[in-house]
Design a binder for this molecule. Structure first.
Ligand code: UD1
Length: 420
């Protein structure tokens, strides 16, 4: 029987919480281990379902993964990559499995990956990934639910992305690391996780320059070697707790964060009426004033992250006044709206825009996590709502949050996880 989370709302969060390594940095870095013909040791790897799925994908390709959840360390031996097909039953669970196509192709000259699944947030095409791999010299064949790529040694090329896709930037960067000559990605994604991947490739002896700007230059090499690497902290998990403090009128310190990665959220939370102070590796946040309505537009980094759009919507549902949220990154990322409405939120959707008429109270209700970040938003709404909220479909939340219930309990929330 699957678990549910029950929350009795109304307790302000108080205390300190430590943030895990970034899921969205771990997954591409794990895929990039395929580039190295040796062994890599990764630290601060959270015990998430998505990390387990990526371990299974790598194992299916012939790598040997050994994960120690206590130490949060993951060793990956990649000497013997004997399989070039990433199977459907793993890839369908998690879209990020598609990130193995670039490194696998570069390493073995061939990669067959099932068409990706993951959160059902809109049409998530892979055309930019494929455009990049083709530009590097790969032949791409699509059929029977699989994408097959074949190439001799890849050749560096200049590639312009029509949209700064995080995954396409990462896949191309990984493939280019073993290509002959230099690749330049223009209009590249600038997300901190892209920078972390570049740093990891460089730690293996690669040469990636300019990550974190819109132009990334990758000078290909023939061989990458073993590396020890610690991933960056998860800015989305940190942001989720920060919104938790804001929505409950609490006061918390978030530890193991890089405040610069959260600038857009910090700016918005200050506009909302929070006090936010930054220190090296720490953010203190509290709210005593009423929640003010603000407008938010999601954008590629350094804009406001789409992954924090639904938590922000839960917060603004309790604002004094009307807020507008515009989602520009994904085309169907409002699935949490129906569930928030069940808790009394007054939200209207028109195309990519949500109009949120703030009200004084939300009310506890049974709700369903419709995707990973929507799940987090419902938990946050439950923390502030009057009465009991029951959140089901927790497998979405488990993909990206490690011990969310326990961490919130430690901050004083009346929350528990139990069989349905
Ligand atoms: C990554 C993150 C996800 C986050 C998203 C945007 C991981 C594992 N996941 O997802 O949490 O929400 O960045 O910050 O890191 N697109 C195309 N063609 C492509 C690829 C993407 O049109 O070939 C479009 C998508 O449909 C979407 C937009 O680009 O509308 C952004 O997608 P992308 O940046 O690629 O997100 P992901 O890498 O999938």
């Amino acid at each position: 029987m699957s678990d549910i989370i029950t929350i009795e709302g109304g307790v302000p969060l108080k205390g300190r919480v430590r943030i895990e390594g970034a899921k969205n940095a771990c997954l591409p870095i794990m895929a990039a281990s395929l580039l190295c013909e040796d062994r890599v040791t990764l630290s601060d790897i959270p015990a998430l379902e998505d990390v387990r799925t990526m371990c299974k994908v790598l194992d299916a390709l012939g790598a040997r993964t050994a994960y120690d959840p206590e130490q949060k360390k993951l060793q990956i031996e990649t000497a013997a990559i004997i399989e070039t097909k990433a199977p459907y039953d793993l890839v369908r669970k998690m879209r990020a499995s598609f990130l193995v196509i670039g490194p696998l192709l570069a390493r073995t000259g061939r990669a067959r990956v099932s068409l990706p699944g993951g959160c059902a947030i809109g049409i998530r095409p892979i055309d930019l990934h494929l455009k990049g791999l083709k530009a590097l010299g790969a032949e791409v064949i699509i059929g029977h639910g699989y994408i097959e790529t074949v190439a001799g040694r890849l050749r560096g090329e200049r590639i312009y992305l029509d949209f700064p896709s995080v995954g396409a930037t990462e896949n191309i960067m990984m493939a280019a690391a073993l290509a002959e000559g230099t690749t330049v990605i223009e209009n590249a994604a600038e997300e901190p996780e892209v920078v972390d991947l570049a740093n990891f490739i460089n730690a293996m002896g690669g040469r990636v320059l300019g990550a974190g700007t819109d132009t990334i230059r990758i000078e290909g090499t023939t061989k990458l070697t073993c590396a020890d690497y610690t991933v960056i902290p998860d800015r989305i998990e940190a942001g989720t707790f920060m919104v938790g403090a804001a929505i409950t009128g609490g006061e918390i310190t978030v530890e193991n964060v890089i405040p610069a990665h959260l600038s857009s959220l910090i700016a918005k939370l200050k506009e909302v009426g929070c006090r936010v102070e930054e220190e090296a590796g720490l953010i203190h946040i509290s709210r005593r004033e009423p929640i003010r309505a603000v407008d938010v537009k999601t954008m590629p980094y350094p804009g406001f992250p789409t992954d924090l759009q639904s938590p922000m919507m839960a917060l603004l549902a309790l604002a004094k006044g009307t807020s507008i949220i515009t989602e520009t990154v994904f085309d169907n990322r409002f699935m949490h709206v129906d569930e928030l409405r069940r808790m009394g939120a007054l939200i209207k959707i028109e195309g990519p825009t949500a109009v949120i008429a703030g009200r004084e109270k939300l009310f506890g209700a049974p709700v369903r996590a419709t995707d990973l970040r929507a799940g987090a938003a419902l938990v946050l709404a439950g923390l502030a709502a009057q009465g009991k909220t029951e959140v089901s479909a927790l497998y979405h939340i488990d993909r990206g949050y490690w011990r969310l219930t326990e961490k919130l309990q430690a901050l004083g929330a009346r929350i528990k996880r139990h069989p349905a």
